[in-house]
Design a protein around this ligand. Structure first.
Ligand code: ZN
Length: 261
C-alpha cells in the first residue's frame, strides 16, 4: 500500500456547513499527506472559453429521467449553460440539479489532467467535496450517491442528504398525508434529528468518514467494509449514517490496513 500518497482536496461549493479544515484535521490522524487546494474553479483558473465549455458540459449531463441512462451527453440548451456558468462562479446555488456522476468525474478528470498532468498517477489522489447531487445508474434507474470512488473521487454534501433513505415511517406518513390531501411541510419537523439536512452542522463530522472511504479505496481497492459498525461501511439509511459515519472510526481490521505502510 502506498501511504506516501498525496491527497489533494478541492471544494466545489459544498454545503456551507462543511468546514473543510475540520475534515482535513480529522484525516491527518491517519498520517496521510493532505493538501487543501481550496475552490476547484479558482485552482483550475480556466480561460473564459474553457469556462464556457465547462458550463456547456455540465448542462449536458443532467439527468432528466432517472430511468434512462445517459450514454451520451444531452444537446446543450443556452439557458441551462448560463445557469451552469452562474453555478460555477458561485453566483447561484449548485443545489437543485441531478447529474450523472461518471460524466462529472470524466469531465473533471480531463480538466485536472490539463492543469496538473504530472499528478495524474498513483502517487496523487484528487478528492472533490461538492454540493452537486450526482448519481449512478444501477438496477434500471439512477440512484443518488454520497461518494463516487475514482479519479477524481467525488463526495457530495447534497448526496449525504438525498441518497441514504430516511426512516421507513417517514415515507409511510408522507404517503398517508398525500393520500388524504394534506400538506407534508410539517413532516421534516416531526422527524428532525433522524436525518441529515442541507445546512446541518453535523456534516463536518460525517464527511471525514466518506473521504476516508474514497482514500481507503484508492489505497486498498476495497470499496466498502462489511462490518456494520465501521465508518467505511456502506450505509443505506440516514439513521445508519448518523450512528456509524458521524464521528465514525474504522473497525480494527480496516484500521490495521490503513496503518500498514
Ligand atoms: Zn472496516
Amino acid at each position: 500500500m502506498n501511504k506516501d500518497i498525496r491527497v489533494c482536496i478541492y471544494s466545489d461549493y459544498p454545503s456551507t456547513s462543511l468546514d473543510t479544515d475540520l475534515v482535513i484535521e480529522n484525516l491527518k490522524q491517519y498520517d496521510f499527506h493532505i493538501e487543501n487546494r481550496g475552490n476547484l474553479l479558482d485552482f483550475l483558473s480556466l480561460t473564459e472559453q474553457n469556462l464556457y465549455k465547462l458550463s456547456r458540459s455540465f448542462s449536458s449531463i443532467q439527468i432528466q429521467d432517472i430511468s434512462i441512462p445517459l450514454d451520451s451527453t444531452n444537446p446543450p440548451d443556452s439557458s441551462e449553460i448560463e445557469i451552469e456558468m452562474n453555478k460555477l462562479l458561485g453566483r447561484e446555488s449548485v443545489i437543485g440539479k441531478f447529474y450523472d456522476g461518471y460524466w462529472v468525474q470524466r469531465i473533471l478528470h480531463n480538466l485536472l489532467s490539463e492543469k496538473v498532468h504530472n499528478e495524474m498517477n498513483s502517487r496523487y489522489m484528487h478528492l472533490i467535496f461538492t454540493g452537486r447531487l450526482f448519481g449512478s445508474f444501477e438496477d434500471r434507474r439512477y440512484h443518488a450517491r454520497v461518494v463516487l470512488m475514482g479519479s477524481p473521487a467525488l463526495v457530495s454534501t447534497s448526496g449525504l442528504v438525498e441518497a441514504p433513505a430516511k426512516p421507513k415511517e417517514y415515507y409511510y406518513v408522507k404517503g398517508r398525508l398525500i393520500q388524504s390531501g394534506m400538506g407534508t411541510s410539517e413532516l421534516d419537523n416531526m422527524y428532525r434529528g433522524r436525518f441529515v439536512e442541507y445546512d446541518d452542522p453535523k456534516i463536518s463530522s460525517i464527511l471525514p468518514s466518506y473521504a476516508l472511504q474514497a482514500i481507503f479505496y484508492e489505497l486498498t481497492a476495497n470499496p466498502f467494509c462489511d462490518n456494520p459498525i465501521c465508518c467505511l461501511s456502506n450505509s443505506h439509511w440516514q439513521e445508519e449514517v448518523l450512528k456509524v459515519q458521524f464521528e465514525g472510526v474504522p473497525c480494527e481490521r480496516c484500521k490495521g490496513l490503513l496503518s500498514k505502510k
